[in-house]
Structure formats: structure tokens, C-alpha cells
Design a protein around this ligand. Structure first.
Ligand code: PLP
Length: 400
């Protein structure tokens, strides 16, 4: 009776959730763990957005919405894509889902058939290959190491494409590396993609507003309007407006794809939470100061964190251009022995030992397809961030 769907059976559970579970278990027995594994801003949702949700409830907007989303939200999304990203789109070409995650899932589930390949540059967000697997496709992992600043090069893309390639997934700024593609880098990838009309492109722009050092953000549909009909641009309110729990993500793409995703969603969730959709309208249409303030806070934390980490012998972190993660090379720690006698054979062991012996939670790079690295999230206050760095430093000093 306990026979699972074979695609699901072949997929892994989320590595980041597994770490969060271990943190919860340790905290339950009284350990004071500092978690650097969070994938969400530590700020509260801005007051005007919360108020919009409360007034939606009080106004009785508590029924089902249209499957693809409330029309005023879809209009606000189309406007956002046009004004902020220079993507010419119409509200009919947009869809609202339960988080950006479900936009990606719906797109893959609507289009993948067995033997279809999806190119996933590594390091990647943990969910991409597993979603591809669950949807019956084959993830094609392309290693993009520090030598290419963790970014996909046109040569590596060209080499990975076959006639079975259905999708390329791009994520900029990247979780876990913080890498941001420049306009020129996207243009070079677009040139390759022009030669392969069978390939659709999913652009995961969820960290769009967390680009530092006054760098500009670019997305493929803006750079390569010739590819417009093959691109699904995905974004959402989770990271930009500190709204992870509201579960609102959205996408814009060709009508055939949006219609297929809507058909799937109609048999699945009936659409995103109506109240959250009203909150998302307030977010997209409202003031943008929160975005700028939180970006400045993250940039300051990034500078402090990277400065500290690079002073710890054997750890090396390039300055990430975006998102709120540091992707730290820990090659020199591999093979070393901790105070309690644990031999660090891989980045997985490093993460486990840091949690057990230093009470600091991180995530191993190999979970993101590239080791030996550890990913640190700096979505937490300065004081615990410094405490965590000190604990990591002491952990290193105690190597035998
Ligand atoms: N894409 C990336 C790269 C992410 O890191 C996340 C969340 O961690 C998501 C998409 C999904 O965001 P949400 O479903 O909260 O909108």
C-alpha cells in the first residue's frame, strides 16, 4: 500500500528544511543555536501592507479569487514588469501562484514530458533539480565554479543544450552564491539561446531588489526581447517586501504557457489566498522605501560578515553582489579534525560539526550542487551575526 509515485520517490527532501529541523530539535533541548540558514528576511512585513490585508478581511474580500489571480493584482504585476524591468507584457500574460516556488513548479509540471532535459547551473537553489525530477524531467547540472564567479558561461550553455533540452533555469541574484548576471553576460547567453528555439527559459528574479553597490539589475526578457515568447519571468513579494509567509509569487510569459499553468492551478489550489493578494497589491503599488532601506541594511551586514569570515584561517568568501547569502569556500578545512575528534571529510561534515560543536547552523554547498562550500545567510541582526562568526572562529582555533 505504501507505494509512492516513482518521480517523487526519486526526489530528495529540501536540505535547508532538514537543517531547520535539526535546529528546532537542538533548541527544544535548550541549546542556544544561531541560525545562519534562513532563507527569509528577518524584518516584519511593512505596516501599510499588513493594513491592506486587514482591510481586505474587514471588507469581506474573503472568497475565492480568479484562478490566475485577482485582476487588479495581475495589472499591478504587468505594470511592475513594464516599469521596473522594461518587459512589455499585458496582465493576461501574468499569473499569481502560492509563492514563486509554485510558479516554477507549475511551469515545469505543465511542460515537461519524460526524457525532457532542464539545464540547471550549479550552484543552484536546492529545489530546482528536485522539482524537475518530481515533474518527470531530467535535470542537467552544469558546474559553474568560482572561476566563472559561479555563473553560466555561453560556452558551458552551448555544450549542455541538446535537442531534448526543454528549459534553462537562470537565477540572478543567485541563491546560494549571491552572483548577479550583468547585461553583457545575459546578452551573451541570449545569443546562444537564439540558436536553439526548442529551449524555454525560466528567469527566477526573486532577489531582484537585493543587488548591492549601486549595480543595476537586469533580466533576460528585458535584454533579449527576441526571446520574449520563450521566457517565463518569475518574481514575487517574499524577499523584496519581507512577505515569505503570505505565499504570493507571480510570473509573466507567453499566453500558451500561462494558460496551461492556469489550467493546472485550477485543478490544484484554485489560486492563491485572496487576502494575501490584496496585500500584494498594496506592496506593488505602494511606497518603495522599505526595499531601499532593507537593501542598505543587507549590504552593511554583507560587508561585516565577509570581512569577518575572510579573517578565519581556511575560509574564503568573495564579496557577493546580491541576495543575502555568503558562499564560503572551506576546502582547507577538509581533512582537519575538530576538538571533539570529528574528521571533516566533506562540507556536509563541516556543517554538522558547526551545528553540534559551535551551535551555528549553516548549509553545505554540496546541497546546492557545489562543494566544498558552506552557505551562510546574513538575514539576521548584527549582534548574533558577530556572535556566530566568533563561534566559527573558535571552532577553527580548536582544530587538532
Ligand atoms: N527562488 C529562489 C532562488 C529562492 O531562494 C526562493 C526561496 O527561498 C524562491 C524562489 C521561492 O520563494 P517564494 O516561494 O517564497 O516566493
Amino acid at each position: 500500500a505504501q507505494r509512492l509515485n516513482r518521480f517523487l520517490a526519486g526526489a530528495k527532501s529540501s536540505a535547508t528544511y532538514a537543517i531547520m529541523d535539526r535546529v528546532a530539535q537542538k533548541r527544544a533541548v535548550g541549546d542556544k543555536v544561531i541560525s545562519l540558514s534562513a532563507g527569509e528576511p528577518d524584518f516584519g512585513t511593512p505596516a501599510h501592507i499588513r493594513s491592506a490585508a486587514i482591510s481586505a478581511i474587514q471588507s469581506g474580500y474573503t472568497r475565492y479569487s480568479q484562478v490566475a489571480g485577482l485582476r487588479p493584482l495581475r495589472e499591478a504585476i504587468a505594470e511592475k514588469f513594464q516599469v521596473e524591468n522594461g518587459i512589455q507584457t499585458d496582465w493576461r500574460n501574468t499569473i499569481v501562484c502560492n509563492g514563486g516556488k509554485q510558479v516554477i513548479f507549475n511551469a515545469l509540471a505543465s511542460t515537461l514530458n519524460e526524457a525532457d532535459e532542464v539545464i540547471v547551473p550549479a550552484p543552484y537553489w536546492v529545489s530546482y533539480p528536485e522539482m524537475v525530477q518530481v515533474c518527470g524531467g531530467t535535470p542537467i547540472l552544469v558546474q559553474c565554479d568560482a572561476g566563472s564567479s559561479f555563473k553560466l558561461t555561453p560556452q558551458a550553455l552551448e555544450k549542455a543544450i541538446t535537442e531534448r533540452t526543454r528549459w534553462l533555469i537562470l537565477n540572478s541574484p543567485s541563491n546560494p552564491s549571491g552572483a548577479v548576471y550583468s547585461e553583457d553576460e545575459l546578452r551573451a547567453l541570449a545569443t546562444v539561446l537564439m540558436r536553439h528555439p526548442q529551449v524555454l527559459i525560466l528567469s527566477d528574479d526573486i532577489y531582484e531588489h537585493l543587488v548591492f553597490d549601486d549595480k543595476a539589475f537586469f533580466t533576460l526578457a528585458q535584454i533579449a526581447p527576441q526571446l520574449h515568447d520563450r521566457i517565463l519571468t518569475m518574481n514575487g513579494v517574499s524577499k523584496a517586501y519581507a512577505m515569505t509567509g503570505w505565499r504570493i509569487g507571480f510570473g509573466a510569459g507567453p499566453a500558451w504557457l500561462i494558460n496551461a499553468m492556469e489550467k493546472l492551478q485550477g485543478q490544484q489550489t484554485s489560486g492563491a489566498c485572496t487576502i494575501s493578494q490584496y496585500a500584494a497589491i498594496a506592496a506593488l503599488a505602494g511606497p518603495k522605501d522599505f526595499i531601499h532601506q532593507s537593501r542598505d541594511v543587507f549590504q552593511q551586514r554583507r560587508d561585516n560578515l565577509v570581512g569577518y569570515i575572510n579573517q578565519i584561517p581556511g575560509l574564503q568568501c568573495d564579496i557577493p553582489s546580491g541576495a543575502f547569502y555568503g558562499f564560503i569556500a572551506c576546502r582547507d578545512w577538509i581533512g582537519r579534525t575538530t576538538r571533539s575528534g570529528t574528521v571533516l571529510k566533506s562540507d556536509d561534515h563541516v556543517v554538522s560539526a558547526l551545528l553540534d560543536e559551535a551551535n551555528v547552523a549553516t548549509v553545505h554547498g554540496s546541497a546546492f550542487g557545489l562543494g566544498p562550500y558552506i552557505r551562510i545567510s546574513y538575514a539576521l541582526d548584527d549582534a548574533p551575526l558577530v556572535d556566530a562568526c566568533e563561534a566559527i572562529s573558535k571552532f577553527r582555533q580548536a582544530f587538532v
